[in-house]
Design a protein around this ligand. Structure first.
Ligand SMILES: [Ca+2]
Ligand SMILES: [Ca+2]
Ligand SMILES: [Ca+2]
Length: 191
């Protein structure tokens, strides 16, 4: 709370001004420091600040925060920041936290937030049971997608070669795959 009192005294045509002012002091944010979070996980930061002047009200807010982040001032010098990074937000982010008092003085901290990339497994489309006549060729179309858009390598392995047959993988191709337009690899099994 800031008070400013001005006293003017007129003495023989001279003006004397006497200033009696209670100095406003800035609020202080408690240190936050760098933070780390995985893609798909949740980061919560409790933000607190105090003001040395009795009666001063502190307002808290945040700037620059990325998509999927929110900040709420709970009043009383306490606030909460929540960040739920999705799987496209790996990398560095910065958020500026600000505490401002009734008189307009402020304290800020620019916080580095690192989102760690998380690799998710590719997904094979289901393959129904197959059958083939002796002497014929079985051709199975195999497709897979990766939710991160990673390059997919498709492999075929024969686990139980049947007696009197010679089953082998004769062709295997790997294609770049995206979740939007999956492409296929064809594996031919010849008996
Ligand atoms: Ca103050
Ligand atoms: Ca990612
Ligand atoms: Ca992946």
């Amino acid at each position: 709370m800031r008070r400013l009192t001005i006293v003017a005294v007129v003495l023989s045509g001279l003006f004397t001004f006497d200033f009696a002012s209670a100095q406003n002091n800035p609020p202080a944010l408690d240190a936050i420091g760098a933070r780390f979070v995985d893609e798909g996980a949740r980061l919560d930061i409790r933000v607190t600040a105090t003001d040395p002047d009795a009666g001063d009200i502190i307002t808290l807010w945040a700037e620059l925060y990325p998509t999927n982040a929110t900040f709420a001032d709970s009043t009383g010098g306490i606030g909460g920041f929540t960040f739920l990074p999705d799987y496209t937000q790996a990398g560095g982010h910065q958020v500026r936290f600000i505490a401002i008092d009734t008189g307009g003085l402020a304290d800020t901290e620019l916080v580095d937030i690192t989102v760690n990339n998380i690799d998710r497994a590719p997904v094979l489309s289901s393959i129904p049971p197959q059958s083939v006549n002796e002497g014929a060729t079985l051709q199975v179309r195999v497709t897979a997608t990766d939710p991160d858009g990673n390059i997919i390598t498709l492999l075929a392995r024969i686990f139980r070669p049947m007696p009197h047959s010679q089953i082998r993988q004769v062709e295997s191709e790997a294609w770049y795959s995206t979740p939007i337009s999956p492409r296929a690899a064809v594996t031919r099994l010849r008996s």
